[in-house]
Design a protein around this ligand. Structure first.
Ligand code: NAI
Length: 303
């Protein structure tokens, strides 16, 4: 028996930053599967400067020429008013919101000691606050209708670290945190919230990927986004590394830890190897703050 194709007929999907790169690919993939897509893009340069309506418009034309349904939107994700306008545009065009893919992004890389405050503000505003501002009005609708799917775009830069990306990495790690919290808040309302940490050949990575560039198309990332956006999606609160067809779950773990015999900095120093130990005895993988607190309470009780 073949399983049915994963369709999105009747579903409305907002994809931010969908005028190019990964967002465009996600938009085409979801539209191809029957979704009505709000193609949001400010149409600026990679560093966030400028704006143009053509990026989103071209993707809408691409989708409609293939027989799909899409509408353009040019608001910035980076303000509460912009987020509200984006969600309103989806409602005006298609009457509901089922899926939000927070994908819009800019880069302003610099070694931390040389980074100016605008490079910090602008990058945090677009990636992290942008996801909050677009997700919040959508989340309210999703709670009311008892159904929703949110996919955030995190990055290895923040989850594992990358030189020169203090602003970007902090924002991207923040998106992993947002994913965990919204997953818990949405769980009782038919809402799942997951994140991807992609690698793909786009203008953002044009000079960075070297030989890998030919193996990591944006189109190889979109199937995971489509899965996480579908009603069959059975996971909530997870973060996935997605690159060139290779997908892996990225996990936050905690060592078994040590209960110090004495409350002092010297005791920390003397037990550091045990506190930091890795591997052999396995890790805890707390599913929430409450779950971690239980682990701590148990360790202290056993002492
Ligand atoms: P891209 O530059 O092609 O796409 C980002 C899009 O967001 C652009 O079309 C841009 O106009 C739009 N945008 C920027 N600021 C906006 C705003 N304020 N409001 C609305 N739209 C805005 O780059 P790419 O690679 O497709 O990036 C997509 C997402 O994936 C980003 O969040 C990026 O940080 C993330 N990512 C990409 C990786 C890669 O290897 N390409 C690696 C890890 C994360």
């Amino acid at each position: 028996m073949t399983m049915p194709e994963m369709r999105f007929d009747g579903r409305v999907c907002i994809i931010t930053g969908a005028g190019g790169g990964l967002g465009r690919s996600h938009a085409l993939e979801l539209a191809r599967r029957g979704a009505k897509v709000l193609v949001n893009d400010l149409g600026g340069a990679l560093d966030g400067s400028g704006a143009s309506t053509s990026a989103a418009q071209l993707v809408v034309e691409e989708i409609t020429s293939l027989g799909g349904q899409a509408a353009p939107n040019h608001d910035s994700v980076a303000t509460p008013a912009g987020g509200a306008a984006i969600v309103q545009a989806a409602l005006s065009a298609f009457g509901r919101v089922d899926v939000v893919v927070n994908n819009a992004g800019i880069l302003r890389d610099k070694a931390f000691h040389k980074m100016d405050p605008t490079a910090i503000d602008d990058v945090v505003d677009v990636h992290l606050k942008g996801a909050l501002y677009v997700s919040q009005p959508a989340f309210r609708l999703m709670r009311e209708q008892g159904y929703g799917r949110i996919i955030n775009t995190s990055s290895a830069s923040g989850l594992f670290g990358n030189f020169g990306q203090a602003n970007y990495g902090a924002a991207k790690a923040g998106l992993a945190g947002l994913t965990r919290v919204l997953a818990l808040e949405g769980a009782g309302h038919g809402i799942t919230v997951n994140a991807i940490a992609p690698i793909a050949s786009t203008r953002m990575t044009a000079d960075l990927l070297g030989e890998l560039a030919t193996r990591v198309s944006p189109e190889s990332v979109s199937p995971m986004v489509a899965y996480l956006a579908h009603e069959d999606c059975s996971v909530n609160g997870n973060v996935y590394s997605v690159a060139g067809g290779r997908i892996a779950r990225i996990v936050v773990v905690e060592t078994h830890g040590v209960v110090l015999p004495e409350n002092s900095a010297e005791a920390v120093r003397d037990h550091l190897a045990l506190i930091d130990r890795s591997g052999a005895e396995g890790y805890h993988e707390p599913t929430s703050l409450d779950a971690e607190t239980m682990i701590i309470a148990k360790a202290l009780a056993n002492d």
